[in-house]
Design a protein around this ligand. Structure first.
Ligand code: BGC
Length: 773
């Protein structure tokens, strides 16, 4: 744990400049708008250690696979969202000497992420080697309103000298990825040119030829008055700058506004990209900093109206949850059906910006409850669009007849991960994708999604499962061999309970969905039947599997067996591990981890979370009591699921303790890896721990249910839920639950099983002394 940030309800604040922490702060202070985003790199030149990162959603590179032992079926490449054109750069010279925070003495340094308004701010005093001192203030945002726009205001005050301040804002397309497999530069030069107070650089990616254009336009003032200055432009390969040389007296302040537009061939015809970008930057410069900022901050205020969680009595918890919500909305807004949520969002290179099962299992519930339904629909639609590729992917591995295996890691629907134990074996991701459809429908009640797209996906996934099970003559049961469950600390296991269970559920749910669509929309059903070549005879085999499937249980312990032979392992609990051995993935050999009983993340417990209604509480308790102590929670996705199940079981202290591990994971750098980027997908898990965990929110047949509890450490908390066009505010106090319908016509909710009608603007107060533990 490394706690160096100030606690504040709405802001992340770093006081004092520590170059050792620069990479970590660059991650934590990242900004984005769901379409593009960037690490909090400095505008001015910085020669210290830094990870430059500016990313555009959907612009990726198929980096050739690097593996030791090639295995047939591996994809040829790993897709990476690229570090793209640097549009934030501003070189600063004071009497000819370049400002570089690694080379001067820095005092009064404050970096602030204003989460309420979506602004990254920085101020400091720098004494250069010459003794000249300047005070700098910078404010930057990536517009939520205009998705291709970024804006910077940069102010410099001469504190103890007169002479010149030179500001040279630039666009630089010559950038690279640290994680390039073969040290390749992924970009080719396009065009570069300057125009009045601005310039445009176009570049294109190698191989896939995505074109990107970035344009800037600058305005400069001294002491608040516009300067009519002739800038000097320099243009070179992939680069353009405009230098402004301003004479200053002591105490003069120079201000620069840099307007930038970054567009790509994803959204514009290549031919028009250059002219569009140049025109747009001219237009936004006319709108001006103040108005652009207002539009942007208004958007944020609106996002908070639908998604805020307010915790009273615990400022650290408050800051933690807002940071998580803020970063999630910076990563994904649901406006573009081609985009998705990478585990690190736009904050680092790890995981390549690709899509994982994290989206369906963790992020979907967050967007489902805090954004209009169409946002969650986009996430489902993303997988629907990739269905043909998932069918192709399954074919490559030997599956037939329209069976689909979705990729574990993907950018465009193709698998791009190449470790056999994950690529070929971590097939449970198919289950989460099917579950997301069910989850969406039970929350929204919108069953039309089945006929529109969901049923095709379900049929293809069920076909996969029906082929992935095989009949064991010896056991006279269907078994599923050679898989990796969510617990990646064991591979090539047989009969992983979670995978087999979700596979069975999926076939059952698909059959129900088939009947529903057939009954309610026979014409659409006929279309789907023809499109998928579905034949009712297929379900005979599915039913046979359901009748004769092997799902391991240990009767003595009364638990589900994580997999065959799990109980043959030497049984220890995580509490028996010495601190110096944790995390085991950094201290033990992989072989030792694989042979141990330690579980990386919820596996059986993940299944109990998804399917809690299928089991009685004692069964859930016995399994939780057995597996949680063996779980080392070395995936950031683990504690939240356990926190929710612990809350359900009334293990309030355990739930809170697990919740703490997710809430400030990045802010306090629990895993000592925040320098690589933030854990965006697990941030959704933090939200789930509060809303589904402490507040016990569930959706059943389109209705909301709550069974809230209040952690001892909090005085009260409240959160928003968007549900069927209503915006509810649910407030939990020690002795009562207060639900208000802030927007919409009203809603029916169940609290501790009792039904309540919540009408607009009326508070419903429910006395609930059980709230206090
Ligand atoms: C977890 C996976 C997850 C991936 C990306 C891994 O450490 O084990 O479940 O999909 O990270 O977040």
């Amino acid at each position: 744990m490394d706690k160096y940030l100030e606690t504040d309800e709405w802001k992340i604040i770093e006081e004092g400049f520590d170059p050792q922490r620069q990479r970590s702060s660059e991650s934590i202070f990242s900004i984005g708008n769901g379409h593009m985003g960037q690490r909090a790199n400095f505008e001015e030149h910085y020669s210290g250690d830094s990870l430059q990162g500016s990313y555009i959603g959907g612009i990726y590179y198929p980096d050739p696979t690097k593996v030791g032992w090639w295995k047939n079926g591996y994809p040829d490449y790993f897709a990476k969202v690229l570090n793209s054109v640097n549009w934030i750069g501003i070189d600063v010279y004071v009497n000819g000497e370049q400002l570089d925070l690694a080379e001067c003495s820095v005092t009064d340094f404050t970096r602030t992420l204003d989460m309420k308004q979506g602004l990254l701010q920085r101020s400091f005093v720098a004494e250069l080697q010459s003794g000249n001192k300047i005070a700098v203030e910078a404010c930057r945002f990536v517009s939520m309103e205009r998705t291709e726009v970024g804006v910077i205001e940069y102010k410099i005050k001469a504190l103890n000298f007169s002479g010149t301040v030179k500001l040279a804002p630039y666009i630089n397309g010559e950038v690279y990825n640290e994680d390039a497999n073969y040290d390749e530069i992924f970009w080719d030069e396009g065009t570069q040119d300057s125009f009045d107070d601005g310039g445009v650089v176009t570049t294109k990616t190698k191989k896939l030829a995505f074109h990107v254009a970035a344009a800037m336009k600058n305005t400069v003032q001294k002491n608040g008055k516009s300067l009519d200055l002739e800038a000097t432009a320099s243009v070179s390969s992939m680069y353009v700058d405009q230098a402004y040389e301003i004479s200053v007296e002591e105490n003069d302040e120079v201000q620069l506004q840099k307007y930038a537009v970054v567009s790509s061939s994803l959204n514009h015809a290549r031919k028009r990209l250059h002219s569009h970008t140049k025109q747009s930057v001219d237009d936004i410069a006319k709108v001006g900093f103040k108005q652009l900022k207002k539009e942007h901050t208004d958007r944020w205020l609106n996002i908070w109206k639908g998604s805020d969680v307010h915790i009273e009595g615990d400022d650290e918890a408050q800051q933690g949850i807002r940071f998580n919500i803020f970063q999630l909305y910076q990563t994904y807004t649901g406006e573009d059906e081609r985009l998705n949520i990478g585990p690190k969002g736009f904050t680092g290179e790890k995981y390549g910006g690709c899509t994982y099962w994290d989206t369906e299992a963790y992020c979907l519930p967050f967007y489902l409850n805090t954004a209009p339904d169409k946002v969650a629909r986009q996430l489902l639609w993303y997988r629907y669009r990739h269905l043909p590729k998932a069918i192709e992917n399954a074919q490559k591995l030997g599956f037939t007849d329209g069976a689909a295996l979705y990729p574990m890691v993907t950018m465009n629907g193709e698998e791009c991960h190449n470790e056999w134990e994950i690529t070929f074996e971590e097939v449970h991701r198919n289950g989460a994708i099917a579950y997301a459809i069910y989850n969406y429908i039970r929350h929204t009640g919108d069953e039309s999604y089945l006929e529109e797209a969901g049923l095709e996906v379900l049929i293809a996934i069920s076909r996969f499962w029906s082929q992935r099970f095989n009949f064991s003559e010896k056991r006279q049961k269907y078994v599923m061999l050679g898989v990796t469950g969510p617990n990646e600390y064991e591979n090539n296991i047989n009969n992983n309970w979670y995978t087999s269970y979700i596979a069975c559920w999926c076939m059952r749910y698909t059959m129900e969905a088939i009947e529903k669509v057939r009954d309610e929309s026979p014409e659409q059903f006929e279309e789907i039947r023809q499109k998928t070549s579905y034949d009712d005879a297929e379900t005979e085999h599915w039913n046979d599997i359901l009748d004769r499937v092997y799902l391991g249980e240990d009767e003595d312990l009364g638990i589900f067996l994580q997999q065959d032979n799990y109980l043959d392992k030497v049984q220890r609990t995580a509490s028996e591990l010495d601190k110096s051995e944790r995390p085991i993935n950094q201290h033990w050999s992989w072989d030792r981890i694989l042979r141990s009983c330690f579980i990386k993340q919820g596996d059986v417990v993940q299944g109990l979370y998804f399917f809690e209604d299928h089991f009685d509480e004692d069964t859930i308790r016995r399994n939780f009591d057995f597996y949680e102590p063996r779980t080392v929670h070395e995936s950031s996705l683990s504690p939240c699921i356990h926190a929710i199940v612990a809350s359900k079981l009334g293990y309030s202290d355990k739930a809170y303790q697990l919740y703490l591990r997710t809430a400030r994971l990045d802010l306090d750098d629990y895993n000592k890896e925040v320098h690589q980027g933030l854990h965006i997908t697990s941030m959704a898990g933090t939200w789930m721990s509060i809303v589904e965990g402490f507040a016990g929110k569930r959706a059943k047949e389109g209705k909301l249910h709550f069974s809230p509890s209040l952690p001892d450490e909090w005085q009260a908390y409240s959160f928003k839920i968007l549900h069927k066009g209503n915006r509810l505010n649910v407030r939990l106090e020690p002795e009562q639950v207060i639900i208000t319908c802030e927007k919409g016509s009203g809603s029916t909710c169940y609290v501790y099983g009792e039904k309540y009608e919540i009408s607009q603007d009326k508070e419903v107060i429910i006395s609930a002394p059980v709230l206090s533990k």
